[in-house]
Design a protein. Structure first.
Length: 302
């Protein structure tokens, strides 16, 4: 994907630039985070229940049980490290349990801090923030099924939590040909809204195909845990929040572009600080901020 950096294409450029983080990390096939959906929308299916996972077998699950302060299970997750010039994020992703640790109560806590005890260097100079990003590449991937996580997201201007997936073949075909499925993204200036988006060849970056879900009555997602999920089948992906469907996508939505989601994908959790889409933190942003994950589960028909 070739995009020249202009103001109007900043969000598209951010996706292309994430390839640099991938090249700098030996732990991940790629590092391309999502950008703002480019106006694509789908009419919410009001009060329609999400297809349930009851008849499916658990293919992957982490309930994050363990002592407080322990790192995540290395048999399931790998930790990415480095900064991210690609999206102009401000944080440095640290190793081990520095910014991602169990809380001893069955949760994984990813913490974004305004600090830099390791004197990490970022694209803009000495890093101002630290956080964490982890993925299942090389450890778990799957095609199809019910993919969900129960998460309490953080809040504040410039805060950007995400739960998403990348095609397992990204090391061979690159992004966006690998495909990207964003189960949940939130940017801090929208406390009551999350986004679900598809990215692929011809519909990447700001041209991603997606829709948003907004809580009723002015509620904020940071106030409680919510379950974010996709139900994924050949030629169909359906998004839900707390069991309420808000979007379904099929090849017919891609305007003739290629559907690249009939193959295996791996999982990613991360908490970014700043970037083209959320903007940078300001005087109103409090630190530390925490993304608390109760569980991640994938159920399939296998």
């Amino acid at each position: 994907m070739t995009v020249h950096p202009t103001h109007s294409t900043a969000r598209s450029v951010s996706r292309r630039r994430r390839v640099a983080l991938y090249a700098a990390s030996l732990l991940c096939c790629s590092a391309i985070l999502t950008a703002l959906p480019g106006g694509a929308s789908a009419a919410p299916a009001a009060d329609a229940p999400a297809p349930g996972p009851a008849a499916l077998a658990v293919a992957f699950e982490d309930q994050f049980d363990g002592p407080a302060g322990a790192a995540v299970d290395g048999g399931k997750w790998q930790i990415e490290t480095g900064d991210n010039v690609n999206n102009h994020e401000r944080q440095y992703y640290t190793p081990g349990n520095d910014n991602a640790a169990l809380d001893g109560q069955g949760n994984l806590v990813i913490t974004a801090r305004k600090e830099n005890p390791g004197n990490y260097q970022c694209w803009y100079g000495t890093c101002e923030y630290t956080s964490s990003r982890l993925n299942t590449s090389g450890k778990f991937s799957a095609a199809y099924g019910h993919v969900e996580a129960r998460i309490k997201i953080p809040r504040g201007q410039g805060i950007w939590p995400a739960f998403w997936m990348l095609g397992d073949d990204i090391g061979n075909v690159g992004w966006p040909n690998s495909g990207e499925i964003d189960v949940m993204e939130n940017v801090g200036f929208e406390p009551g809204t999350v986004h679900g988006t598809l990215h692929g060849p011809g519909y990447s970056g700001s041209g991603g195909i997606g829709a948003a879900y907004t809580l009723p009555n002015g509620q904020a997602f940071a106030d409680d845990f919510h379950t974010f999920a996709v139900d994924w089948a050949p030629d169909s992906i359906t998004w839900s929040v707390d069991g309420q469907v808000f979007q379904r996508r099929t090849p017919a939505d891609l305007g003739g572009n290629q559907w690249v989601f009939n193959k295996s994908f791996f999982l990613i959790l991360n908490l970014a600080v700043g970037g083209y889409w959320p903007g940078d933190p300001d005087g109103s942003t409090q630190f530390p901020q925490q993304m608390v994950i109760d569980y991640v589960r994938v159920t399939t028909g296998d």
